[in-house]
Design a protein around this ligand. Structure first.
Ligand SMILES: Cc1ncc(COP(=O)(O)O)c(C=O)c1O
Length: 1011
């Protein structure tokens, strides 16, 4: 082989060769190439080609082979986009030239396939992986009847010939050698069946640089796989493997990334079960070839970077691949192709149909055969709050109470139940789309007293008998292997006493009916209320003791097949749970019977069934980080708040006409946080109701109806509130500003009427203009209502000096000032407890909503004695629910929790940290025009260079974040502001995760190529 350094062809020479051979004038750009010298050619009229100049004295047969493939495809596979050969001036498919040493070189000109190179596409998600597989499958299909002697030569890149790599093991470190040998040995051990697989000429090189992708930035597709230089007659599965091997590099979970490629291939060219048995190792052997070639080349051509280009990611992938069980991989590949994931699943199920087992055989001392289904799923109301199910004494007590009610039944269930019980991070992994928690329970639990004996249903051999130590592990664990004629399977018995498990030796035979173990108590049983975890497995995979009893939701179909339902043995109707309604059914009902103007969040709506701190969970146990919800102020389902409500609910709930401490206590808790002047309270049930009441107070106190409010402001859903909410009456379905509402421009210093920090005075002047307009109509001012940070307007911070000045104008005109703190109150601002305190003003009325009840409908209006006195004009203010003892107990506990847990300070610290990090992102990503807000009430605005709002990009970002398990919301009149206002328990780690995924998605093509 000639060294690359020996011969160089300049772009000028390439242009000359092009003209001389093809009579085409064009400019040449050098492209990387492993075998040929490649140039992209662009002609004056915009046509593009690829010019390929061979090495001197290259093998003619090889050149002809490449030519014949392309000609064959052109004739036989019209639907396939492949390069076409352009003839030279003499009509030859291949031109010949001679270098200065009279060495012959072959020149070919191919049509250019437009698009983007795979490696330049970001992100590469399921859709593009599928279309890669589909394209490769189409090529294989097209080449089924193509034959060529040149395709049968010895080639190092042919996976079927890959054992040559064994000779080079000495080039690697011990650890690397172990990995290489592992795969080489696996390959060798399975050669017999491998050699019987279907063969064909295949492309054999769908690497990152050979894949051409469409220009669509949101749903890109593979247009073509080019460069047939490595095509070879080999096992078809090798081609699938190569497409996978390159495309799944740089993925946290390469196995998951491979599946759509396999699905796509199978879609165009159906794969066989026997082929899938070899796919795992064929992928590995391609990588082994690649890194062995790199190791050799590193020595031979140290200067050629192209040769080394994929070494590091290949090693990373090989390391990850080594940790994946080959059996598990095979099950997932089978599933991707529509086969039952585990090959023995059907055999097992058929066997259970022919054999009958009784529960009483498993627990003869209990003597019951009836079961009662116990729902421990994430949606279960029986398990209650997390503080309850984490209290094992309480949990056990509840089990015993239930058992008393159903004395003739065994409480049991749990197969494929998504559970929220697994709180340890041991159950988390970072997948290709963010954090994933294991939640799907794979066995059946039988809730029976400690020391209950467990007996064998059938003969078995002990393969595991250990103490699986640790919180939420198995404790005393026994696994038995069972061999039948055409089937081998395993049964697992977890949470026993350690002694009863350890009495067995590996290899012991346990006969049907013999005792296996006795149920343990906490903590020795892994820290659970006593129960047996009973699971069936068709393969041990590579596990010895830590066989998963809980799986990731994304792998449910695989685990369902690997670990079939143990109820196949017992056939108990009680265990067939009537599962939740599907989301589709919920949507259909909503559409028919709920108000049409109720919207749903996200393109694919989520059903939330459980909250915990800053997280929410859907019915499948998928956990979402909530950056949106300032209602769950101290954290979703905060235990103390839940308790406060539950306790009071159990006592009495009535209206505020009776004396009760709770209403006074909540009033007291609020007054503590407010300036002295603001000390009279009215309790209501929503922010809208609070603003509604505030406006009534204004009318009573001033005798005026005219209200001044901000453009893009929102104050609630009632008649009066809509009338003062420009966000609504200036938005879709709105009819513009009513007679008694005066709107001043959104005081947005970034993109508003007046820009820059010093525009506070100018916006205050706009308020003055509103007052003037009211006077011109011969009326006087009622009030100014404004939020301290205008939330629906896009988290717009009021400019310095604005509020003070505006208040003074309004008061001069005899009006009142209302601070709408429905979004901003209760410590969220960090620096101050209330938003108005940021501006050194004291309003006459403050309205409080969302955070006060932490999700319970509770709101309040605070005012001065003077306003309160004027409002009390003889007409009673009665509110059936406002100020009831349950709501007040909850509200008081929320405020105490903010205090006790130091959440205002926390909001300041985490908010400042997050804002600083977001500002760093703004430097890196110019699409972020502005970062603003206070404490944990922040906003990022996406614009182009001319400050044009980028709503599509904002929506893309929010939806992609959701796909990574992070919930974000969009606001602003132009729908281009991402709001961040999480429960205040949002941690620094959460902030770091948020930044990490924002950075990841901001780098994606759709986010970087805006105009
Ligand atoms: C600033 C502001 N005020 C008032 C309201 C109305 O509150 P509610 O939805 O509780 O009636 C909202 C609701 O989003 C709000 O954001």
């Amino acid at each position: 082989m000639d060294s690359y350094s020996e011969l160089k062809i300049s772009t000028h020479q390439a242009e000359e060769i092009l003209y001389n051979s093809y009579r085409i004038k064009g400019t040449a750009i050098r492209l990387p190439g492993y075998v040929d010298y490649n140039f992209k050619i662009k002609t004056e009229n915009g046509d593009c080609y690829i010019l390929k100049i061979s090495r001197p004295n290259a093998d003619v047969n090889y050149i002809l082979f490449l030519q014949d493939i392309l000609l064959y495809l052109e004739k036989n596979a019209e639907e396939l986009i492949a390069p076409k050969i352009v003839c030279d001036k003499e009509g030859n498919y291949t031109s010949e030239i001679f270098d200065e040493n009279k060495n012959k070189q072959h020149v070919r000109l191919l049509t250019w396939i437009s698009g983007r190179i795979w490696s330049h596409v970001n992100p590469r998600l399921e859709g593009i992986h599928f279309s890669l597989g589909q394209t490769c499958g189409k090529i294989t299909k097209a080449l089924q009847h193509f034959e060529h002697p040149q395709s049968h030569i010895d080639v190092e890149w042919d996976t079927s010939q890959s054992l040559w790599t064994k000779k080079y093991l000495h080039l690697f470190s011990d650890k690397e050698r172990e990995i290489n040998s592992y795969f080489q040995n696996l390959f060798e051990a399975n050669l017999e069946t491998y050699n019987q697989l279907r063969k064909s000429i295949v492309h054999n090189d769908a690497n990152d640089y050979n894949i051409i992708v469409s220009e669509d930035l949101v749903n890109p597709e593979v247009r073509s796989v080019i460069d047939y230089g490595d095509a070879i007659y080999t096992q078809i599965i090798n081609d699938v493997a190569i497409a996978c091997a390159y495309a799944i590099m740089d993925h946290n979970d390469p196995l998951e990334a491979a599946l759509p490629i396999i699905k796509g291939y199978h879609d165009s060219f159906p794969l066989q079960e026997s082929e899938l048995e070899h796919l795992y190792n064929s992928i590995a052997m391609r990588l082994v070839i690649s890194i062995t070639k790199s190791a050799i080349n590193k020595k031979e051509f140290p200067e050629n970077e192209y040769l080394l280009i994929s070494e590091k990611p290949a090693w990373e992938l090989l390391n990850k691949w080594r940790r994946i069980s080959p059996d598990f991989a095979q099950c997932t590949f089978r599933s991707a192709c529509g086969f039952t994931p585990h090959p023995s699943e059907k055999v097992f199920i058929n066997w259970t149909k022919k054999n009958e087992f009784k529960i009483s055989n498993l627990f003869p001392s209990v003597g019951k055969n009836k079961l009662l289904h116990l729902d421990l799923s994430v949606s279960s109301t029986w398990i209650g709050h997390r503080s309850e199910f984490n209290d094992l004494d309480l949990f056990q007590f509840k089990i015993e109470q239930l058992q008393k009610l159903h004395a003739d039944k065994i409480l049991s269930g749990g197969y494929l139940e998504p559970r929220a019980l697994y709180t340890s991070t041991e159950y988390d992994k970072i997948g290709n789309n963010g954090r994933e928690s294991r939640s799907i329970h794979l066995g059946i639990d039988f809730w029976l007293p400690v020391n209950t004996a467990v007996h064998a249903l059938f003969d078995g051999e002990v393969v595991t008998a250990v103490n699986d130590v640790g919180d939420k592990e198995y404790g005393g664990l026994v696994i038995l292997k069972h061999r039948l004629e055409d089937l081998e399977f395993f049964t697992l018995y977890g949470h026993n006493t350690v002694k009863s498990a350890l009495q067995h030796e590996i290899g012991d035979i346990i006969k049907k009916g013999e005792k296996i173990a006795e149920l343990g108590n906490y903590p020795e049983n892994g820290n659970w209320a006593p129960h047996l975890h009973f699971q069936v497995m068709l393969s041990m995979l590579d596990y010895k003791i830590d066989y998963p009893g809980v799986a990731y939701y994304s792998q449910l179909d695989i685990w369902k097949s690997l670990c079939p339902d143990p109820n196949f043995l017992f056939n108990s109707d009680a265990l067939i749970s009537n599962s939740d309604q599907s989301n589709e059914a919920l949507i259909t009902f909503r559409e028919k019977h709920l108000g049409k103007s109720l919207s749903l969040q996200y393109k694919v709506p989520i059903k939330m069934v459980r909250g915990s701190g800053q997280y929410m969970m859907d019915q499948f146990g998928r956990k979402y980080l909530d950056t949106v919800n300032n209602v769950a102020h101290v954290g979703h389902e905060h235990p103390d708040v839940v308790k406060a409500g539950q306790v009071q609910m159990a006592m009495i709930n009535t209206n505020s006409r009776y004396l009760h401490e709770n209403i006074n206590e909540l009033a007291q808790e609020l007054i503590k946080t407010l300036p002295d002047e603001l000390n009279v309270l009215h309790f209501v049930n929503s922010g809208s109701e609070a603003n509604e009441l505030a406006i009534r107070m204004v009318k009573a106190a001033t005798g005026q109806k005219d209200i001044i409010a901000s453009e893009a402001g929102y104050h609630g859903n009632s008649n009066t509130c809509i009338d003062i909410s420009s966000y609504k009456f200036d938005g879709a379905g709105g009819k513009g500003s009513p007679e008694h509402t005066q709107i001043f421009p959104l005081p947005d210093t970034f993109r508003g009427k007046y820009k820059g920090e010093n525009s506070g005075e100018k916006y205050a002047e706009e308020v003055k203009h509103c007052i003037d307009r009211i006077h011109q109509k011969g009326r006087d001012v009622g009030a100014l209502i404004v939020e301290p940070i205008i939330s629906c307007g896009g988290q717009v911070e009021l400019p310095k000096g604005f509020l003070k000045k505006a208040y003074s104008y309004v008061r001069e005109a005899g009006g009142l000032c209302i601070s709408d703190e429905v979004q901003t109150g209760c410590g969220r601002m960090g620096k101050t407890y209330w938003g108005f305190q940021l501006h050194d003003v004291i309003p006459d009325i403050v309205t409080i909503g969302k955070p006060l009840g932490n999700g319970h409908p509770l709101a309040a209006v605070v005012c001065t004695q003077s306003v309160a006195n004027k409002f009390a004009n003889g007409m009673e203010y009665f509110n059936t629910f406002g100020g009831n003892p349950v709501s007040c107990a909850i509200g008081a506990e929320v405020l105490k929790t903010v205090d006790r847990e130091g959440l205002q300070k926390h909001a300041l610290q985490i908010g400042n940290y997050l804002k600083d990090e977001l500002k760093k992102l703004r430097v890196e990503f110019p699409i972020i025009g502005d970062v603003r807000g206070q404490g944990l009430f922040l906003g990022i605005e996406l614009v182009n260079k001319e400050l044009k709002p980028l709503d599509l990009q904002t929506s893309y970002l929010a939806n992609r974040m959701k796909e990574h398990g992070i919930l974000m919301s969009i606001d602003g009149p132009d729908h281009n502001v991402l709001k961040i206002k999480p429960p205040l328990v949002f941690s620094k780690q959460n902030a770091q995760d948020l930044i990490f995924y924002l950075q990841k998605i901001l780098s994606e093509d759709f986010m970087t190529s805006f105009e």
